[in-house]
Design a protein around this ligand. Structure first.
Ligand code: ASP
Length: 306
């Protein structure tokens, strides 16, 4: 069953005209992450590669294409975690970097800390020689259009979540049975400046432990944080539930307890995987044993050769 890579392109409700872009992007990312194994890459290498591909794709709310905060700026959150040692690294509210996920990995590998935020994260990026990009280069016409629309005093809060989809994430198991996760986002549309969501918080925006498995979630960050969604799923797996059962239990709990919707990709160390969501849609793709699985709506599992 090993190795395997599973990715998501965000939970939510995506307009028809953008659905195709989102589905194509997750397939490309799962293939890209899986290809890393051919050159001896680890689960960590695979998840960072898959998420980097989606950060570079303007169809997603991560890296280029991130949603804007209320002031029209881009502040991004990202997290990686390595199931071998429970090492993790994160950045929050970081500006002007193209690939926050790579910076999160540097925090894990080059500092004694778990998370760097805002200006401190930018300073660290400069110290590491990560090129600073123009904020404009991360902003798309689509994200600016939605920002303007949601600034309107009559904006409907339900409608404003339409098209809110595109946080990206990946989980993987390599041939040695090591698991890893990576998640990256621009956050919630028109969020307050300085708002930090679930994504960079260990146990909320991801978790990876070789003893149990790995999770990358998406959805309403404040709800995910209240239930520590990623760790909750692994807790259910520790109690003997499959990745699919554990995901459904935790997503149902989040919906009933705090009215939160979302989705997750999950693996166990043997390579059993699940892509589950309580939102209307979540684009996802999984690469395993020469096969690519993918879907967008509940019940979908299309396959094609890798
Ligand atoms: N969880 C992300 C956040 O709250 C958003 C999302 O997944 O759509 O920042």
């Amino acid at each position: 069953m090993l190795p395997v890579v599973v990715v998501h392109g965000g939970a939510g409700h995506i307009p028809k005209d953008r659905a195709e872009l989102s589905c194509a992007g997750v397939r490309e990312a799962a293939r890209g992450g899986y290809a890393v194994f051919k050159t001896g890459g680890s689960a960590m290498d695979a998840v960072v590669e898959a998420v980097t591909i989606m950060e570079n794709n303007p169809a997603y709310n991560a890296g280029r294409g991130s949603v804007l905060n209320v002031k029209g700026g881009v502040e991004m959150d990202a997290l990686v975690m390595d199931g071998r040692t429970l090492a993790s690294g994160a950045v929050s509210a970081v500006r002007r970097v193209a690939n926050p996920i790579q910076l999160a990995r540097m925090v894990m590998e080059k500092t004694s800390h778990l998370c760097l935020t805002a200006e401190g994260a930018s300073q660290f990026a400069r110290a590491m020689g990560v090129p600073e990009v123009e904020e404009e280069s991360l902003i798309t016409d689509y994200s600016r259009m939605r920002w303007k629309k949601n600034l309107h005093p009559d904006a409907n809060p339900v409608e404003s979540q339409m098209g809110k989809m595109g946080t990206v994430g990946a989980v993987a198991v390599d041939a040695e049975g090591n698991v890893a996760c990576a998640t990256s986002t621009g956050g919630m549309i028109n969020k307050m400046e300085g708002r930090v969501g679930d994504t960079p918080c260990v146990g909320c925006g991801g978790y990876a432990d070789n003893q149990t498995g790995a999770v990358s979630p998406t959805g309403h960050g404040e709800a995910i944080m209240k239930v520590t969604l990623s760790r909750l799923i692994l807790f259910h797996m520790e109690q003997g539930k499959s990745p699919e059962e554990a995901s459904d239990m935790a997503l149902t709990y989040m919906k009933e307890r705090v009215s939160g919707l979302g989705g997750v990709v999950v693996v166990d160390p043997k390579g059993t995987w699940a892509a589950r969501f309580s939102s209307l849609q979540m684009s996802w793709a999984a690469a395993q044993q020469g096969q690519l699985h993918y879907g967008l709506y509940h019940g979908e599992d299309f396959t094609e050769p890798i």
